[in-house]
Design a protein around this ligand. Structure first.
Ligand code: SF4
Length: 285
């Protein structure tokens, strides 16, 4: 499980905030803002590696570092790196692309977790930060600012000064998938990272909000495999749907659903700013 040295990279190109030049995909430990991995962070190449490296990660930061260099899903590794090297959106053609799995973002002491679906090819896969640099993120962070979780309404690039309080964001699949559609095997493999995250949070976790049905199902699968008590009849995802999960120590955790902040939902009015604000504010109840 060593860092591969055969990744063809392009660049260097200047980071949009710091101006530092980076190759694409970005080699770990080269100065990208908030990159918690280094050149010696162990790399998972198989689902079995993910199980081993997640289980032995002793902190949320270590989970983030390890998953941010993960190569366990060949199809997704190929897609994220191909986009980073030669599939860039024209408007970002002169920017470096992260091209790696997206680590969590937010307050490491938070008792509230937002679980999304997966990074966007030209969003998180470019910026290296959850929901950063695309229309979904614009919608989400504006709401997080209105509801008091974010210190600014925009999220342009890692290093732009954005900070969250009382809330952290993860995804149920950490690599950008073709057509936004991870396979069942990819979802199951990546659920191991989410499971370890939840395990390390332990009873400090109070609420999980999922954006979309896949995140909802991912949380139910991850918590079931951790031995949490999940309602016998699996609760169905819906906007503002809610159920209670119970950790092995008897600690209750609210699971709250919210329509995904994708342009498909927000441009059509299926999810409005008011609807999102109401769910976010309810997380404090
Ligand atoms: S989707 Fe998850 S498990 Fe698969 S390569 Fe990416 S980080 Fe690793």
């Amino acid at each position: 499980m060593s860092v591969p040295d055969d990744i063809a990279r392009t660049g260097p190109d200047p980071h949009p905030v710091t101006g530092q030049p980076f190759l694409s995909p970005v080699p770990p430990g080269t100065g990208w803002p908030d990159d918690s991995a280094t050149a010696v962070t162990p790399v998972a190449h198989t689902p079995e590696d993910v199980l081993e490296l997640a289980a032995s990660a002793s902190s949320l930061a270590e989970v983030d570092a390890r998953l941010s260099v993960c190569r366990a899903c060949p199809r997704l590794v190929d897609w994220r790196e191909t986009v980073a090297r030669q599939g860039r959106r024209a408007s970002f053609a002169d920017q470096p692309y992260w091209g790696r799995p997206g680590p969590s973002f937010g307050d490491p002491t938070a008792d509230t977790l937002i679980v999304g679906l997966a990074p966007a090819a030209n969003g998180t896969n470019r910026t290296g930060r959850m929901f950063t640099g695309d229309a979904s993120g614009d919608f989400l962070y504006a709401a997080l600012h209105r509801t008091g979780y974010a210190n600014q309404p925009t999220s342009v690039a890692a290093g732009d000064g954005l900070a969250l309080t009382g809330l952290r964001i993860v995804a149920s699949v950490r690599c950008a998938p073709p057509a936004n559609a991870p396979t069942p095997l990819e979802r199951a493999t990546c659920a191991t990272w989410l499971g370890r995250d939840l395990e390390l949070l332990g009873d400090s976790l109070r609420v999980i909000m999922t954006l979309g049905a896949i995140g909802w199902q991912g949380v139910l699968a991850a918590t079931s495999s951790l031995g949490w008590t999940v309602p016998k009849v699996r609760p169905k995802f819906g906007h503002a749907a809610e159920t209670i999960l119970v950790t092995p120590t008897g600690h209750p955790v609210r699971l709250v659903g919210c329509f995904h902040v994708s342009p498909h939902n927000t441009y059509t009015g299926r999810l409005t700013p008011q609807m999102l604000d109401e769910v976010l504010l309810s997380l404090r109840d």
